[in-house]
Design a protein. Structure first.
Length: 285
């Protein structure tokens, strides 16, 4: 498959996530409820301590930066970096509501970090690294900006079969569109799902690998309608594919996705299993 131009990938990411930022703000309570445990896991795996300086890569609307800011306290500080200014605007509003003064948000590209070497005690990242055009290069940059003894803790999506709330819509799309099999070398939701993949890159970048684990949880929605609406609003990578369907096909896809979601029904709500790959590492002293 032809390789995409890295700058084009980054520009597409920026546009995609800026477009869905209002939806991420609208559904913030739902995201927070389903995903907060991952923030705690990352803060723990990065061994955050009060007074530390932390970098959150691809922080979007502030996850896990906002929790990290609470963990490092007023003597520490957190910098959230993201391509999408509109996502960061939401993050800033949330920081203000929480009264956090030790967190700042800055636009920037994870694949070209502009920070001095050895300037952060910890680097954390939730659901960003698999979207980068050159993950090994980004991981080398992470290793560079970490202080000796500093920690990296990252969350990426695990395999599609363990994340039906993401794979159901993709399966429904396949009824109408010929989707090429995901290229393991190209950015995408499941690009780093394989055990050992990100972990290997981290070790090759000179970090000491500590954890490569599948963490499971549940993504719970009040109703199948809530699941479908929030998904369609927020899923930046899926939107361009749904846009290719005719209005009639879209209706059919919607009823197929809701029908498939039914097998995860618990009373009135829908509870999907989900699986996240957690990778943690430390820069040698
Ligand atoms: C799925 S969102 C995750 C946001 C947040 N970390 C969370 O877990 O809620 C992915 C984020 O990665 C950001 N992103 C993608 N490629 C990036 C890059 N090269 N540099 C910085 N941010 C990037 C996007 O703008 C988007 O906000």
């Amino acid at each position: 498959m032809p390789q995409m131009d890295p700058q084009q990938i980054i520009e597409t990411q920026r546009q995609d996530w800026n477009r869905v930022a209002p939806a991420w703000e609208k559904w913030d309570t739902l995201i927070d409820r389903n995903m907060t445990f991952i923030n705690y896991r990352l803060a723990g795996d990065a061994r955050l301590r009060s007074g530390e300086r932390v970098l959150d890569l691809g922080c979007g609307t502030g996850y896990p930066a906002l929790l990290a800011a609470q963990a490092v306290g007023h003597q520490g500080s957190v910098l959230g970096l993201d391509l999408a200014e509109e996502m960061l605007a939401v993050a800033r509003r949330k920081a203000k509501t929480l009264g956090l003064k030790n967190v700042t948000f800055q636009t920037g590209d994870v694949t070209a970090l502009s920070f001095d070497s050895a300037s952060f005690d910890a680097v954390i990242s939730r659901f960003c690294l698999m979207f980068l055009p050159d993950v090994p290069k980004a991981v080398k940059e992470i290793a560079r900006v970490l202080k000796p003894g500093g920690y990296l803790a990252a969350a990426v999506w695990s395999a599609p079969e363990n994340n039906p709330f993401i794979s159901l819509p993709m399966n429904a799309l396949k009824t109408f569109l010929t989707l090429p099999p995901p290229d393991p070398e190209q950015p995408g939701i499941f690009r780093l799902a394989k055990p050992g993949d990100l972990f290997g890159m981290v070790e090759r970048a000179g970090l000491q690998g500590l954890t490569d684990e599948e963490l499971t949880g549940e993504s719970v929605y009040a109703t199948a309608d809530e699941y479908f609406s929030s998904l369609m609003d927020m899923a930046a990578p899926l939107q361009p594919l749904f846009a290719k369907l005719s209005p009639d096909q879209r209706k059919q896809a919607e009823s197929e996705i809701k029908r498939a979601a039914d097998q995860y029904r618990k009373g009135k709500s829908v509870a999907f299993p989900m699986a996240i790959r957690i990778v943690a590492a430390r820069k040698p002293q």
